[in-house]
Design a protein around this ligand. Sequence first.
Ligand code: FNR
Length: 361
Amino acid sequence: MAQSHLFSPLTLRNTTFRNRLWVSPMCQYSVDKHDGVATDWHLVHLGSMARGGAGVVMLEATAVVPEGRIAREDLGLWNDNQRDAMVRLVEVIHSHGAGAAVQLAHAGRKASVYRPWEPDRTGTVPEADGGWQTLAPSAIPFDGMSVPREMTIEDIDAVVEAFGLATRRAVEAGFDAVEIHAAHGYLVHQFLSPLSNTRTDSYGGSAENRARLLLRIIAAVRAEIGELPVSVRFSATDYADGGLTPDDVAVFAGWAGVAGADLIDVSTGGLVAGVSIPLSPGYQVPHAELIRRETGLCTAAVGLITDAAQAETIVSSGQADVVLVGREFLRNPHFALQAAAKLGERLSYSPPQYGRAPYEH
Ligand code: FNR
């Protein structure tokens, strides 16, 4: 029996996860052939964090259509080859006792960029270099990027369908949960925010209209996923005048819950460049707490959570139900085992092969 809140199990819908310390989705830009197919890099990267005690390992933003990739090196789930390569990833994650989730995404106007470790190559990748014409709710570019094409109703219908089909493949590959990426200035967030959505049809204007794409996507995902859990990642604020505020996003989150979301993953920013973000440990946690209180839904907190006691307090004080950790898991894939040791837990899934190197020493 777990003593801590962090290492107690969590049940979402019909699925129970072994603990509440999960790996946040992180792009690896490690697809070799620009074909969206997972590689050995993904296997070792994800497998090591599952072995390291995480409750759920969430795959990076995985594109539902080719033009929805952030970069050409992103994972995709728009065809069956991509699905088949993910079967092995899921098996390895499961073999270590962790849940496997995948974040489904479309980058919209922020698609078609170079990998971040190619800093001298900025802006939109030109078509001559393997890039593509980007799509968005309105023809308003992201800072330094090319002007996106305004999506037609047919384009919108196709994106909704693609999220459904990618979910079907995710279920076939054996994933336990799907997250819809509606944060960080990518396509769904571009629809939600009035700063990037100036449409005058039923997808723009009122909050209901700006949320229409998201709610259709949740319905399409829910129709394919059965009783497995669905999470939605939001940016709780655009940090910009006229942009989304935490109160706006709490309303969207409530609607997402009615539409079939089980967990609201609360991040911030990404829609507008050059804004000032008040970074400090756990700086986004109050937004997760607000959304949890306002909606009654389970939330996940993320952002500069690097310490076992900090993570335990977030869950035990009711600010969030799940703690997602990104960079600390990159530094230390065994972060969860180490956190458990610090909280005095004796985990049944601590690998005996590493038992002669206890974290408590
Ligand atoms: C990220 N982040 C991110 N977020 C997301 O929703 N989808 C993604 O694919 C990615 N990709 C990504 C790659 C890398 C290398 C990093 C460092 C981050 C954001 C990430 O999930 C997390 O929200 C932030 O990193 C904040 O949490 P930490 O790192 O402070 O624990």
